[in-house]
Design a protein around this ligand. Structure first.
Ligand code: SF4
Length: 370
């Protein structure tokens, strides 16, 4: 645990907080892109400790939160087919679409199963040749390689009873969209370390050049995050911006070549919907034409989708950093983790869940407690 413990050292973290406070001549607005970063920032009291010099706003990097309701509806409808076993990650089963969640479909008799990996779904297809196994694939570049491996393995095995609903998304196009918004307030980014482990961070050079904001790639421990925040603040104070890697134990400039190779083998980049963002140019991954026979929408026929009916959930504003979760009137009242009204309260990476869990406890957070 040594490698992790040193990045949780409270004394080191406190020194970093003091260093950032001394360097900042004004209050800067930074966005942490990933929900895992949000949870760590709140759990450790970093947002409160730096409140005078840095406003942290929360970005769109929660995979189940940005999965379109229409894709969930499609999954629920396909799950009702008698020959189908619908599988996905645990969080995804609880996110509501227009007509409930996959767990609701399960209570109505659908065969819905949680798996830990798309490769588990391939194994299920081998064990149950008389059933049609669909894996509902969500997530960023972090999970896209495993889904790619699964479909390539299904092809190698010649499986005719395995298919995918592909709802994978790409982070950088959403960051571009945020910067182009007329009401954008973000002055710097903490980029998600696990995504950059796959993609590398060289791709951020053009982004920094176009929008003139610093991008610091960070991990998820308190010291990782504070080093990234300090890096952004130093850049903003100096007026010189660049993409920097503050997560050197995991991220390389060019990323993971093998993961990039399987992504390219399985998917094509496309314009497509993000929940709360609308159509994001070049923002989604779709199966390549030669793998279309593994696309569940092709195998079972496209099912008509509808716009989201529950429009009082302010997930679009939360995911784009326009509001904080407590600004939503349902937060902590009609929307709690046990009975969530929107994806950000469901997911272990959702900002609403983070505020519900840690928002009222800043006094006991490691960096707040003396
Ligand atoms: S508190 Fe609930 S209803 Fe409000 S934005 Fe978050 S998930 Fe949506």
């Amino acid at each position: 645990m040594k490698l992790v413990d040193e990045f949780r050292d409270v004394a080191v973290a406190r020194r970093l907080v003091e260093d950032i406070q001394q360097r900042a001549t004004r209050r800067w607005v930074l966005m942490e892109v990933c929900g895992g970063q949000t949870h760590s920032l709140l759990r450790n009291g970093i947002d409160a400790a730096l409140a005078d010099v840095v406003e942290l706003i929360h970005g769109p990097g929660c995979p189940v939160c940005v999965t379109p309701a229409e894709d969930i509806d499609l999954a629920c409808q396909l799950a009702q087919q008698p020959e189908v076993i619908l599988s996905s990650f645990g969080d995804m089963l609880r996110v509501p679409g227009n007509a409930g969640s996959l767990l609701d479909a399960k209570t109505r008799g659908a065969d819905v199963r949680m798996v830990y990996s798309p490769l588990d779904a391939v194994a299920l297809a081998q064990r149950e040749p008389q059933r049609q196994i669909i894996f509902f694939a969500v997530g960023f570049e972090t999970t896209a390689p495993t889904t790619a491996l699964a479909v390539l393995q299904a092809e190698r095995l010649g499986l005719k009873n395995f298919s995918l609903i592909v709802s994978h998304v790409r982070v950088l196009p959403a960051m571009e969209l945020l910067m182009q918004a007329s009401d954008n307030r973000v002055q710097g980014f903490l980029a998600a370390g696990h995504v950059c482990t796959v993609t590398g961070f060289a791709a951020y050079d053009d982004f920094v050049g176009e929008f003139h904001v610093p991008v610091a790639v960070t991990g998820f421990e308190p010291v990782d995050l504070l080093v990234g925040i300090r890096d952004c603040v130093m850049q903003l104070e100096s007026g010189r911006v660049e993409a920097t890697n503050c997560y050197g134990r995991s991220v390389r400039r060019s990323g993971n070549a093998e993961a990039q190779r399987v992504i390219e083998q399985a998917y094509a980049i496309s314009d497509g919907p993000w929940r709360g963002f609308g159509i994001v140019p070049r923002g989604v991954l779709r199966l390549r034409p030669e793998l279309q026979r593994f696309d569940a929408t092709q195998r079972f026929g496209v099912i008509e989708s509808r716009p989201c009916l529950f429009n009082e959930c302010r997930a679009p504003d939360v995911l784009s950093g326009r509001i904080k979760p407590p600004d939503c009137r349902h937060f902590g009242a009609s929307c709690v983790p046990e009975t969530p009204l929107g994806a950000p309260m469901v997911s272990s990476e959702g900002a609403c869940a983070a505020y519900y869990r840690y928002g009222g406890h800043t006094a006991t957070a490691p960096l707040a407690a003396k």
